[in-house]
Design a protein around this ligand. Sequence first.
Ligand code: NAD
Length: 355
Amino acid sequence: MDSITANDSIIHFNDVCYTSLNQHLKQRNFSKIFILVDENTHQFCLPKFLNNLETNAVVEIVEIESGEINKTIDTCVGVWNTLSELNADRKSLLINIGGGVITDLGGFVACTFKRGIAYVNVPTTLLSMVDASVGGKTGVDLGHLKNQIGVISNPDLVLIDTEFLNTLPKNQMRSGLAEMLKHGLITGEDYWNNFLDLSKLSLNDLDELIHESVIIKKNVVEEDQFENGIRKTLNFGHTLGHAVESYFLSHPEKPTLLHGEAIIVGMILECYISSKMLGFPQETVSEIKELFIGYYGKVDINKDDYSPIMDLLKYDKKNDYGNINFVLLKAIGEPKLDSIVDEKLIIEAFEYYSK
Ligand code: NAD
């Protein structure tokens, strides 16, 4: 699979990853290499990575605890302190091996430590391969509010070794797939049609689809890195999806909801709203709802949840001048930005979802 250049990063796939990394290390002659992992990527991904790493530089492993709950500024302080204690300097390199939590947090740590050191991302979940790997968004959560603190900054390299997916739990695979489904809905039938029978998707098909999803995201992000226009299309399903995710995160009595699982709910809701506001075909909404709920199951959201979920919309990063801006669809592949949606219609969408 061809390597992809996106903004200031180069994204390599599978075998090419390690030769390109080793070449990069040789050229840049880093003073020290720090590898950020969590306990899972330490166990499942680090051994293969180290086996393929060729360098004379000192390599230090820094481990943090896995999970969104640890994507905080406190964890960053811990990593900054460790880097400092281990004498990281401005010529050091940070390699982030993990899912979106590690690459978001590690990217933020790297681009703020000593005003910025070089970093490489090695996404090891499907979600981080097709989404978090491209576009330069780094950052952490603020309490239960997702991604409120961060900067846009690009790693030198992104290394996508799809073999890492072999150890990824099934629910995490499904969560990543949600972003690929979103890529289908916002770009058009050609890509979307790959997903009409989710039960038939195999890991083999996935390699090509991952490559294609990365290209889709890269094309959007390159045109609009700072999210003034077309990049907002990537937020389809995310306005309500993020609110649902934040709500579930702050209610430990509710079942755990992964990012992609929340985005699936958000996409069903926003397809419904699209049908009422922009004429997105109602029949397609029903098909999408059936496909998504058939594969992901239905999340239990009841009437009492609607209002606190809607309260969370005011923290959405796409808001401006106090307005909550939605990305909606006129048709598959035809997104429309900056729609303002009436609260009553949002409630109606929740009722449609729960029906
Ligand atoms: P995650 O990073 O929490 O990883 C999920 C779980 O899988 C973790 O327990 C992790 O330890 C484990 N894991 C990772 N790789 C593994 C492997 N190969 N084998 C076995 N276990 C493995 O979750 P995620 O879904 O990858 O990322 C979610 C985060 O990404 C969220 O914080 C979200 O905000 C962020 N995100 C960022 C962007 C961006 O553009 N920067 C885009 C989308 C999502």
